[in-house]
Design a protein around this ligand. Sequence first.
Ligand code: MN
Length: 225
Amino acid sequence: MNYAFPPAPVVTLDAMSSNPFPVRRIFCIGRNYPAPDGGTAKGEEPIYFIKPASAILQNNSVLPYPPGTSALYPEVEMVVALHKGGRNIPKDRVDYDYVFGYAVGLDMTLRDALDAALENGLPWEKAKAFDHSAPCSAITPEFYSGNIASGLIELKVNGEVRQSGNVADMLWKIPETVHYLSTRVELFPGDLIYTGTPVDAGPVVKGDVLEATVAGLEPLIITIG
Ligand code: MN
C-alpha cells in the first residue's frame, strides 16, 4: 500500500516479558475519587474524555513545558490496558478477559484552560489533549500483578508527596468503567483507560521531577523541561 505520506508510527508501551503494547486510544475518567471535602459524589454515569495515542510520553522522559499556559497540573492515575474490545462488555468478564495489565499514568492538565472551558461550557481538549499530555509507565501484565482493586496511589514532586490516595476509593470501579465505555463506543485492543486522580496536586514548573506510583507497579518518573 502506498500512502500520500508515511503513516504515523504505532505508539507502544513496554510490557515486561510480553511484546510491546500498541496503544490505540486513551480514555480518561474524570471526577472518579471522592473529594476531601466530600464534594465529589458518584454521578449518573462516568465522565470521560479522550487523548490521542500520540500524547503518550515514555517513562524517564522530559516533558517540555507546554505553550500557552502558566498552570500545568499533574494528575496521578492508574492506567488500565485492554487487550480485548467489544460493545456492551459484561462487568464480570472485564478483569478476566479484557484487562491486559496496569500502568502508572499522569493526566497532565492545563488548569487555566480547563477552568476557562468549564466556565464557558467549551470542550476540554485544549486543557487535556496537548502534546506529551499522557506520560505512562511500562505496563505490568495482569498475570504478574493480579487484579488490582486496591493499593496506594501517590505523586511526589521533587521528593515531596503532593497526591496520596488508594485506588480502592475509585467511585466507578474498573469493571463498571469498561462496561460503561463499551456502551458508548466500541472498545478495541490497545485502548488505555486513565482511571482518575485522588486529589489536586497543585502546579508544577520547569525543573520539577515527578514520581508517580501505584503499589505493585513500576514507578513513572518524568522531568518538566
Ligand atoms: Mn484526570
